[in-house]
Design a protein. Structure first.
Length: 312
């Protein structure tokens, strides 16, 4: 073998060794948020991405991938089909890990994701316009037995929607109709597109004085609307809260997971993240991977109760 050929082979070997030894992260990282910009998961994930970029010196950006009223599943598919290397990270609501593998989406079957950590409990609410002829869930139930009431939600298979429909079932009334929206905010109610919406408090804060919050789908009352009962006060069997967390696919290396978690935990415990919690009534915190897995297991059991209430 000539000296020139040997030198070429040596250069290739050095290049391969350098690639093998390269530490994560060495290229841009994407955080997939499967909703439009502006809600709490988006704001907090952007904070995490900013801190990730500052910590590791690589570009990190949020990519919003809403599902057109069909929930978070297109975004989840993007994470599921990306290489398991930590460069595509999902910022997901419960439905992705609880039911994503059960609704005939081949890319999500079997279960694809492991939690890095849960960082947010949404101040999820059932709300209506300020001039609606009902001010509580019981009054809504009585009214809906004689009148048509249309429900707006983020997707029929999502946990908040399932809880809302299970609650109406246990209270003995049916919605006249319902539809999924990418955004449910002040305009949704003002336009009359829906009579009642299932949304986060963050999205109706600008018009909070002009709406009625009937119940919160949270484990405890929301500080911004302290007179509104939590779901467990109205129907104990449906006591559940809605969270958001960071997820990666199951083959993602442990050291990669640890680096993502380290930044995220620091971010959500930061002053600016906790200030957002105070302003919106959300709970912002960090549960590690094991703690998050335990929450997911408990929520799967609660979904069984919800399915029974819906006759599924």
């Amino acid at each position: 073998m000539s000296n020139k050929a040997k030198a070429a082979l040596a250069a290739i070997a050095i290049g391969l060794a350098g690639s093998a030894l390269a530490e994560y992260p060495e290229k841009p990282v994407s955080f997939i948020v499967p909703w439009p910009p502006g809600d709490l998961e988006d704001v907090l994930t952007r904070m995490i991405a900013e801190d990730f970029q500052a910590e590791y010196g690589v570009p990190a950006a949020v990519v919003n991938k809403p599902g057109g009223g069909g929930g978070p599943f297109p975004g989840a598919v993007e994470v599921a089909t990306a290489p398991a290397d930590g460069y595509t990270i999902g910022s997901f609501v419960p439905a992705v890990s609880l039911i994503g593998h059960e609704i005939d989406i081949p890319e999500l079957t079997p279960e694809k994701f492991d939690p890095i950590g849960i960082f947010l409990t949404y101040p999820f609410v059932i709300a209506t316009s300020g001039n609606a002829p009902y001010s509580s869930m019981q009054e809504l139930a009585d009214y809906a037995k004689e009148n048509e009431v249309f429900l707006g939600h983020f997707g029929d298979v999502l946990t908040p929607t399932q809880v809302t429909k299970a609650l109406s079932s246990t209270m003995g009334f049916e919605w006249a109709g319902d539809a999924a929206f990418d955004a449910l905010d002040c305009n949704t109610l003002a336009s009359g597109d829906a009579d009642v919406i299932n949304t986060t408090l963050q999205l109706i804060l600008p018009c909070l004085d002009d709406v009625k919050v009937l119940v919160s789908i949270t484990g405890e009352r929301i500080s911004k609307v302290p007179d509104t009962p939590a779901i467990g006060e109205v129907e104990p069997s449906l006591d559940i809260s809605l969270w958001n967390g960071l997820f990666v696919t199951k083959d993602t290396p442990a050291d990669v997971r640890e680096k993502i978690a380290a930044v995220a935990e620091t971010t959500v415990n930061s002053e600016r993240a906790q200030q957002l919690a105070e302003e919106t009534g959300a709970l912002v915190y960090w549960l590690n991977a094991d703690e998050s897995a335990a929450v997911i297991a408990e929520d799967k059991a609660t979904l069984g109760t919800i399915s029974e209430a819906l006759g599924q």
